[in-house]
Ligand binder design. Structure first.
Ligand code: FES
Length: 116
């Protein structure tokens, strides 16, 4: 038996070619988990809901596992490139045991702020 507090999170690249899986813990922040894996999630504003560079597209069947987005998050998502009906800001998602397993996709228009 696996530990009840572990949550399987699957990150799918924008082109669907690469899939990374990780066992996250109850209370982990989804943006932190993705960044620790080297996913292209910049999280420029560090969770202040001011950038949308942490945007992920949640698999439709997993979307209902997440608590509803706040109005501020919805407003920010309206500005996010390539946003869909199941888009979320990963910085606003705290993983909970009931979310196992969760699949999110990196938006195709991922930001590149390196300037190169
Ligand atoms: Fe900026 Fe999530 S890190 S909105």
């Amino acid at each position: 038996m696996t530990e009840a507090s572990l949550i399987l999170v699957r990150f799918v690249s924008a082109d669907g070619e690469n899939v990374q899986e990780v066992q996250a813990h109850d209370g982990d922040n989804l943006l932190d988990v993705g960044q620790a894996l080297g996913q292209p999630l910049e999280g420029t504003c560090e969770g202040q809901m001011a950038c949308s560079t942490c945007h992920v597209i949640v698999e439709a069947e997993d979307f209902a596992k997440l608590p509803r987005a706040s109005e501020a998050e919805e407003d920010m998502l309206d500005l996010a490139a390539a946003a869909t009906r199941t888009s979320r800001l990963s910085c606003q998602i705290t993983l909970k045991a009931g979310m196992d397993s969760l699949t999110v996709r990196i938006p195709s228009d991922s930001h590149n702020m390196q300037g190169i």
